[in-house]
Design a protein around this ligand. Sequence first.
Ligand SMILES: NC(=O)c1ccc[n+]([C@@H]2O[C@H](COP(=O)([O-])OP(=O)(O)OC[C@H]3O[C@@H](n4cnc5c(N)ncnc54)[C@H](OP(=O)(O)O)[C@@H]3O)[C@@H](O)[C@H]2O)c1
Length: 435
Amino acid sequence: MVKPIKIALLGLGNVGAGVWRILQQNGAAIAGRAGGPLEIVGIAVRDVNKTRLVDVPAALLTTDPMPLIADPDIPIVVETIGCPGGDTGPAGRFIIEALKRGKHVVTANKEALAKHGAAFFRAAAEGGGSLYYEGAVAGGIPIVKAFKESLAANQVQTIMGIINGTTNYMLTRMDKEGLEFADVLAQAQKLGYAEADPTSDVEGHDAAYKLALLASIAFEAEINIDDVYREGITRITAEDLQSARELGFAVKLLAIAKQDATGIEARVHPTLIPLSHPLAAVGDVFNAVFVQGDAVGDLMFYGRGAGMMPTGSAVVADCIDAALNIRRGVGAPRNGRPPERKAIKPIEEVTARFYLNFKVIDRPGVLAAIASILGQNNVSIESVIQKGRRQDPVGLVIVTHSVLERDIRRALAAISELSMVRAIANVMRVEGENS
Ligand SMILES: NC(=O)c1ccc[n+]([C@@H]2O[C@H](COP(=O)([O-])OP(=O)(O)OC[C@H]3O[C@@H](n4cnc5c(N)ncnc54)[C@H](OP(=O)(O)O)[C@@H]3O)[C@@H](O)[C@H]2O)c1
């Protein structure tokens, strides 16, 4: 009989309960794949008396994670406590303590990884521990391992991801039903897709944490959360979505990272993509990551980016990898080398096409005046639509050719001074080639 490999589970909320259920449900098959059974021998929570999503023996529960982390008989520590109230402190400390003791640490905590990843890698290098985090990006979609292993032969050039299910659900409903942001947010909160405080999702923080991780892995660089330029979806109106559609585009909150000879760019913002692009068809709470590698070409990974069982699926897969590595007496592959710091381009130096939504007075010469300022700032126009006539103001929507962010910002500052321009209602970047 092969001895079970022992696991300490920190947290028994959504993800922790998913991990428990999967190990119960698929335990025999998992034991076959892991070279022996995986056994959860202790679970740390805040309140041992709370009603749980799964039935666990009361004797396993404790409010003190440290004895589990320090136990030399427990080689795997699974951290699913997250960052309650935005505090990465406890999870970060537990991860570091476990790595320093040479443990195999599995986490889905994107926020802690994006903020303290460098410290985690240092602790792993110091103590011989290994870090696994497939569940931290895009939940059940196997993207971390794909970058580390399946795509290891490539130079990754572009990553474009829909990696926040809440905002994708909201934009899908706004587009399909013509609803405004506030109405669709209320709907998402009612359905449990959005938190009571939706800031992390709608302002793009959650997607930015995940992009920092993805770009770090794909480009083998230390990319911190502060390196990621971020805009949320709160300014988008149903009218923007309709105008975009008339021009042949869908609007998505995209997490974009690119690498070329001039450096790395990493940004999260609402983006117009051609309706023919595979990301345009990714609706509701689904996630997808579109990748371009120099050898492999275009790829797209699609699936459920959150939820107890999809995220549990990724976390348990990491536990199986950890168990196999323990039996082989090795660490996680490509884990020992802390990533290097590489130059990240400031947003002003990034090039993109732009969607510009102006509210202007309906008078001859307005378009010419705007076009002239755009031209003076190296911005050329790809297409124009005018919305409504003989009313004040009317909508004027312009899509530009590729332009340096610095130039479009200068042009918009000058346009906002024109008396016939009532407002610059929205500005969004455009990605993906029209086919
Ligand atoms: N939910 C998802 O779909 C999803 C998807 C991808 C990644 N993630 C990530 O997975 C992590 C967990 O998310 P979740 O949704 O499962 O969170 P959750 O439902 O809030 O569960 C957190 C658990 O951690 C416990 N806990 C909190 N602070 C603790 C402490 N100091 N010591 C011991 N236990 C503590 C809580 O105990 P009590 O139950 O006693 O309060 C609870 O059981 C987060 O980092 C999240 O970003 C989640």
